[in-house]
Design a binder for this molecule. Structure first.
Ligand code: GUN
Length: 286
């Protein structure tokens, strides 16, 4: 029997706990506040930012979105990030990625005040992870994946983990975190030859490719009781949300698999909220 690793229960539980922490802060007249800078009209970014705003509101946290035109000047963009970094009412902030091409040579994630880096993309976080230390803010999607494994008592220690995707947001930090937990990690990417030769030998496969139903059943080994974590959020040819994994055809040959939607995505947003509340709590301690 395959376990479908739905995350609704974990999310509800975490929301309840976070609401209590927000209430405690409120008693001390602190209301956690997140600010997001969004440049241009990227449709996926608009959806993601909308979800973050909704979750903030649900938890009675403040949310501010600054939308800048796609042709904003570098100077204006940098000024806005700077003022967000220095605004004492803001506990967590970030620039929603990607930014338009003329800003892409700016190391945007390094611009964010490390005290407010609730995305967990900045240098301080990465250096900690690289050194095997736990950073104050864990990057949100890797944090969600680790929570999912932990909640379902899926051990990483000694396991062969294959991650597909080497992005700074998911693949790279997650590979280090899993190594820190004692997993043997292989990071595959778009130039990897014979991808299936890696996935067919893995105990845990984590996909962050961003290509609808890219991983067909040929990539999985029915004899290994594999765990499949699908980080992809894509649309299929009918416009329906789907992951990187061909869920319908894979689900019966693996031991556990995350659905899309309803898998890693909601845990990523909850992780962001956990980082925001943690940041606001730290601020009350001065
Ligand atoms: N673009 C896609 N995912 C993310 C995210 O988690 N944070 C930011 N800042 N941009 C993104």
């Amino acid at each position: 029997m395959t376990t479908i690793l739905s995350t609704q229960n974990i999310v509800d539980n975490k929301l309840e706990k976070l609401a209590k922490r927000v209430q405690k802060l409120k008693e001390r007249t602190i209301r956690p506040k997140m600010k997001v800078v969004l440049v241009g009209e990227n449709s996926a970014s608009l959806v993601y930012v909308g979800i973050k705003e909704k979750t903030c509101k649900k938890l009675q946290c403040d949310f501010e979105l600054l939308r800048l035109p796609h042709d904003v000047t570098r100077k204006e963009f940098l000024n806005e990030v700077d003022s967000m970094n220095n605004d004492p009412s803001i506990h967590g902030c970030f620039v929603q990625l990607p930014v338009p091409e003329h800003l892409q040579d700016i190391d945007v994630t390094s611009l964010i005040n490390p005290e407010k880096d609730v995305d967990g993309f900045g240098g301080a976080t990465i250096v900690d992870i690289y050194k095997g230390k736990t950073p104050f803010f864990l990057p949100c999607t890797p944090m969600g994946v680790l929570e999912l494994l932990n909640h379902n008592q899926i051990e990483a220690l000694g396991k062969r983990v294959v991650i597909i995707g080497k992005s700074l947001i998911v693949g790279r930090p997650l590979s280090l975190l899993l190594q820190n937990m004692g997993a043997t990690v292989t990071v595959c990417h778009s130039k990897t030859q014979n991808l299936e030769s890696h996935t067919l030998q893995a105990d845990i496969i984590i996909s962050a490719v961003g290509s609808p139903k890219f991983l067909t059943k040929d990539y999985f080994n029915k004899d290994l009781n594999q765990v499949v974590i699908d980080v992809g959020i894509n649309r299929d040819h009918n416009g329906k949300l789907c992951g990187d994994v061909d869920f319908e055809n894979v689900k019966n040959i693996v031991s556990a698999i995350t659905p899309v939607p309803g898998g890693v995505g909601p845990l990523t947003v909850i992780s962001l909220m956990e980082n925001l509340v943690k940041s606001a709590e730290r601020a009350t301690k001065g």
